[in-house]
Design a binder for this molecule. Sequence first.
Ligand code: FES
Ligand code: FES
Length: 871
Amino acid sequence: MAETLVTQSSQDRGTFQFTLNGRPVEVKGDHPHLLSALREELGVTSAKDGCSPSGQCGCCTVLIDGKASVSCLMSLEKAAGKSITTLEGFDPAERERFAAAFASTGALQCGFCTPGIVVRLKALLDKKGSDLTREDAARHLGAHLCRCTGYTKILDAVEVLAKGETPEVSALGGVGSRGIKYESLAHALGDCGYVDDLRVPGLLHGALRLADHARAKVRGIDVSAALASPGVQGVFTAADVPGNLRVGIINTDWPIFIPEGGQTAYLGDVLAIVVADSRQAAREATKLVDVTYEPLRPITDPVSAIEDPEDAVWELEGNVLSRSEYRRGDVDAALASSAHTVHEVFQTQRVEHAFLEPESTLAVPQEDGSLKVFSGGQGAWDDRDQIASVLGVGTERVVVEQISNGGAFGGKEDMANQAQTALASWLLGRPVKCTLSREESFLLHPKRHPVRLEYWAGCDSEGLLTALKARMIGDSGPYASVGMKVLERAAGHASGPYVLPSIDVESVAVRTNNPMCGAFRGFGANQAQFAMEGVIDRLAEKVGISGWEMRARNVVHPGVVWGPGQIMDDGCAGAMACLEEIKPAYEEAVAAGRAVGLGLGLKNAGLGNGFLEIAKAVVRFEEDGTVEVRHCWTEMGQGIHTVVRQVAVEELGVDPDALRVVVDTTRELGAGQTTGSRGTLMGAGTVADACRRADEDGRRTGVDYVGEHRVDWTNSLDEGVENPTIHSAFSYAAQMVVIDRESGKIEKVLAVHDVGRAVNPMLCEGQIQGAVHMGLGYALSEEFPSDAEGRPLKTTLRGLGILRPKDVPPIEAVLVEVPQPRAPYGIKGMGEIGLVPTAGAVAAALHDLDGEWRSTLPMSSSGDAHEDAEG
Ligand code: FES
Ligand code: FES
């Protein structure tokens, strides 16, 4: 119980006292909630801020008088006099037990949600002990979001903990072993710092002033009132940018500020950054930045935007961002002579990534005149180059240090607040940190594209596909980001993993004033294959064969020509291997009278399309017997640090504890963004090569052994090559969704994935389960719609429709290994494909249940699988 009572006093809200981890403490009264006092004044970092003050993610959970509660909903008035326990205050043996349980079961990936969940579980275990069941825990964890794991392995950890054991933590082995994830023990306890956990002396806080209209001329920006606000140290706008105003990882078209005389293009546009002594003061002062607008008609319908005489984006002509197309054979003739045809329009929805860690940047001026920027983005060099361009200095004046982030899924490829934070720090000569609120994060970063897909497809009387015509229109929002690549990938994957003798595909990315869209796990393949799987099932019904049989008759095999003309290599045998592996369970479920749906998908790994992909890594033996492995990829929960360690153990046979992994942004190991399932694929190749070079040279200490992996043999569609190798590698997956006919609930998902070679099967399973959870949400309940003004209709995490733990069916992950030629160890990459087949499988199962074909996402289930997730 609390030892000290409240002594709130003066008008300035005085101070508040409570007990923290058994120690009496006193905090200033101006914190908006207990979480702020814990993190900003008392140095607690285990409690994370994923959504304050809305209380919807669970990341900030602490024990208040022994009861698990979210601290961002608790005012200091209410906290006063109470006993607060955070993970830092747990008994050391108990900390060890929780960490071991989470690490050994693979129950965490990015780890941002984990400390809050651990606190909740402690309260539950204290109350229920060994009686705590999986189902119980799933219900109680409803207050917690985890975007990475799909909860399956978290519930595995619960079972371990309920038994009261401290599990063995298996050491990391070579390629193929199931060792624990690197730093997972520390991550489970919240001891690995994310950007917002970093503290430096003299720190100032930045906050962004965002646009009030999705499309409006900016007539004036008056910052005088904000500047005069208490604690404010500076307010910066476009007028303060010494270098380039616009940034972008492909097209340089995204202004970091909208200037006076400019025009907003979506509600995530930034008008100013306010810097103050505290985050609270900075955020309050953003409201005092006075912007005068002349509102314009927002362009929000992507189909009519193509022909709209007005431009959605200031100084950019026309609203067509890109057009991707290819053709083989005479599609119209093939369709006309087909025994069966289908014509269907599919519509997918915009989806928010909902990574649990909102974007955060810390910029610190260095004594040598350079600027160090701590970023949780997905590409340190892109960040560095863009920041340097905004500051108008050479890239040698900016060092970006990559900090492992709390989830990204593609949503952190573009800069969010890195440039504005760096600019403010540069101009003030002081360290500045800017962390977005959840609402700002929603508004600012690009989402998954909503795509309209019109498909015409045919097959012969035996079910062999004859032709496919596809027309896609994707709503990209205002700026390019990677929108053109997403729609290009959708075009390339239009036919799914099937053989089409003739094909005609056109895919258009459109600029609008809706929320930005860009990279998101699956990158266009999800949308295209939801449509293609729908077509396959409709045709199977017309032919009178099962979904499995239809897929088996048309699946790609080595030597066939696929999609845009690529001749498939031996790796594509993985598609049929997945179908064979899933067949017994499929037949069993059908025979048992269940409603069953199948989905089959493929997804490229790497960038492909003629892009020169070269990555490097460094292995160095130190005098003290340790081995340093330096690489260039972002750890965001997927386990790239673990992968590179396993490769080093495999190649060098050294003790894994002697390996130190460093993300090196001080030298050009450059490989671009950590995206497209390329981290494992290329990272493994670089480290293996560096290890072999070290071996050849006798492993001398103090020598940097540089390894390289290059993929320089892909073709772009524009090269005019008859059979272009568009991608160097593909992964494949077959997923089955089983619905109980009485309850209408999904009772099981079986996910069979060909990963080429599983570097760490436990991590692979976790990736699959997390992706399937995301895929079920995509299929059933998740969306991020906006109105005719371009304004998002969902403003909270709870409103996104993400499935909560009790609504997630058992997800069984099965790995198949058909090696990828020309890839290290045969690795195919598997982070992205996870949810490619899921929506199609759910649609087929629902059709089996009630006979209704669905073509719009999210689909309404006749069961109540997502009812609570939306409530
Ligand atoms: S930060 Fe408190 S519940 Fe999300
Ligand atoms: S591990 Fe749960 S959100 Fe990343």
